[in-house]
Structures are given as structure tokens and as C-alpha cells.
Write a protein that binds this ligand. Structure first.
Ligand SMILES: NC(=O)c1ccc[n+]([C@@H]2O[C@H](COP(=O)([O-])OP(=O)(O)OC[C@H]3O[C@@H](n4cnc5c(N)ncnc54)[C@H](O)[C@@H]3O)[C@@H](O)[C@H]2O)c1
Length: 263
């Protein structure tokens, strides 16, 4: 028996990295999983295959979740396959997350906010509508970041969006009072998002970061892995986390707690 038996979960940006790790981990806990990504290729198909090998239903829903039309078509397609939604994981991000202050133009700013704020908000709104219509309650989880706690050069647009998400889940928790829906963030630290070197490798995690890169400022002494974040998602998605609402769980090996990161 798994902690999420029969739950229907939609994960955005699940082709690789943390999203892929969450998809496989939740499937191992018995959840049926819909994987969204903007890229559909051999890698995303392999990920769906790995999830379905856990004995659950797995599906793929291509779409750009920075666009409301695509969010709705991803949800329509997900609901067509799974009939209802119990858990939404807002996870998608594009690769170029760092941008120097004076090179942050309107196009980049809008791209960041459209995906990380607008997209996460409207996907949450649609998920909540479905959960309320089904009278099932549910869970909304957004991936924030350590960059929402500390400022590092070149991360201002990203950090601003990630900090706003921490406020957004508080608002959603308040707005959905009495609906048996929780909304929370997970704020990862430095997590290796590399795929396993061999596409046939069905491990949750790919190669880790080099410990020497992180010893100096992370009390845990190592970088994190997708499984570290996925385990926190299991906690918040299952009955174990039912009384956590409007909150952000840092999963960073102590990075933000340590003085070193502030030096
Ligand atoms: N990896 C880290 O160290 C770290 C640290 C803090 C926070 N996070 C957060 O965790 C989440 C996952 O990060 P990751 O490192 O695993 O990312 P990743 O780059 O490994 O994967 C992100 C996925 O999102 C997809 N994607 C990009 N734009 C999309 C769009 N518009 N619509 C749908 N899919 C889209 C990509 O194709 C990719 O498959 C992000 O929200 C990120 O900000 C990651």
C-alpha cells in the first residue's frame, strides 16, 4: 500500500529534473500521474514509460503552461484520461533562470512572470475549480526556491517570482478556506536536475552535484537530488501533510539556515 494510492496527480515540467523525480516517486506511492512538459520527445516518453512501470496510470500532456489556453488544454486532456485531479504540482521552469540586472528586458521579465507566476496561478485556479466541483478536496504545491530567501547577483527576476509564490500559496489557502484544499510551496536548494546518463536508466535521480562545490555553504555538505524534493512532495500530498497550509517547506540541506550563504 502506498501513501497516495489512487490519487490523480498532474505535474508541470515533468520531462526531466525535479518534475521527473516527483513523477516516479509519486507513482511508487500509488498515484496515477499526468506529466506535462513543453517538450515532447524520446526522453518525455521514456519518463511516462518509467512511471507506468510502477503499476499506475501514466499520461503525457504537452503544453506551454505559461499560457492560459495551453493550461486549459493540458487540464482538459489530463481530465479526459484521469477524470479528476487530487494534486497539482506547479514545477515548470525554463533553463535560463539567471539574467544580469541590466540585461533583464521586458521580454525576459514577462517570460519569467508568465511562467512562474501567471502560469502557476491559473493552473492552481483551474485545479481548485475541478477539486471543488468534485467535492474531493485536494493539494496544490508550487516549486519556489532558496532564491526567494536570499538575493544573489543575476537572479532578481527569478527570485522575485519565487518569493511571490510563497505569498501566493498563503492567498490561495485563505481564498479556499473550508474547501479541504491546501496550497503550499516547496523551496529547493541546489538540486542536481541532470537526467541519468543512460536514457534506459530508470533511477529517480541522475548524477549528483560534486560535493566540493557545496561543502562550503551547505551544512549538509552535499547538493540535493530530485528524490529529496519528491519526498517532501509525498509528505505534503498525502494525509501526513494535511494540516500544513499556506506554508513553504525549505528543502535545502540547511543552506538558508547557515551563516555561510549570507557571507
Ligand atoms: N534544480 C534546482 O537546484 C532548483 C532549485 C530551486 C528551485 N528549483 C525549482 O524546481 C522546479 C524544477 O526545477 P528543475 O531544476 O528540475 O528544472 P529542469 O530544467 O530540470 O526541468 C524543468 C522542466 O520544465 C519544462 N518547461 C519549461 N518551460 C515550460 C513551459 N512553459 N511549460 C511546460 N513545461 C516547461 C522543461 O522542458 C523541463 O523539462 C522549478 O520550478 C525550479 O525553479 C530548482
Amino acid at each position: 500500500m502506498g501513501l497516495l494510492d489512487g490519487k490523480k496527480v498532474l505535474i508541470t515540467g515533468a520531462r526531466k529534473g525535479i518534475g521527473r523525480g516527483i513523477a516516479i516517486t509519486l507513482a511508487k506511492e500509488g498515484a496515477d500521474v499526468g506529466l506535462n512538459d513543453i517538450i515532447e520527445d524520446e526522453v518525455s516518453h521514456k519518463c511516462v514509460d518509467i512511471v507506468s512501470k510502477q503499476g499506475v496510470k501514466a499520461s503525457f500532456h504537452k503544453g506551454d503552461v505559461s499560457r492560459i489556453d495551453d493550461i486549459n488544454s493540458v487540464f482538459d486532456s489530463f481530465l479526459d484520461s484521469h477524470k479528476k485531479i487530487d494534486v497539482l504540482i506547479n514545477n515548470a521552469i525554463f533553463p535560463d533562470q539567471q539574467r544580469p540586472f541590466f540585461e533583464t528586458d521586458e521580454k525576459y521579465w514577462d517570460r519569467m512572470m508568465n511562467l512562474s507566476l501567471k502560469g502557476y496561478f491559473f493552473a492552481s485556479q483551474r485545479a481548485a475549480k475541478e477539486m471543488i466541483d468534485n467535492n474531493t478536496g485536494g493539494r496544490i504545491i508550487c516549486l519556489s526556491s532558496v532564491h526567494s530567501y536570499v538575493a544573489m547577483p543575476n537572479w532578481t527576476a527569478y527570485g522575485t517570482a519565487k518569493m511571490a509564490l510563497r505569498r501566493m500559496v498563503k492567498g490561495i489557502a485563505a481564498d479556499l478556506a473550508g474547501k479541504n484544499i491546501t496550497a503550499n510551496c516547496i523551496a529547493p536548494g541546489a538540486i542536481s536536475n541532470r537526467l541519468p546518463d543512460d536514457i534506459e536508466d530508470e533511477s529517480i535521480d541522475g548524477p549528483p552535484h560534486k560535493p566540493e562545490d557545496f561543502k562550503r555553504f551547505i551544512p549538509a555538505g552535499i547538493g540535493g537530488l530530485p528524490s529529496d524534493i519528491a519526498n517532501a512532495v509525498v509528505y505534503l500530498s498525502s494525509h501526513l501533510g494535511q494540516y500544513v497550509n499556506g506554508e513553504t517547506l525549505l528543502v535545502d540541506g540547511g543552506m538558508i539556515a547557515s551563516q555561510k550563504i549570507h557571507e
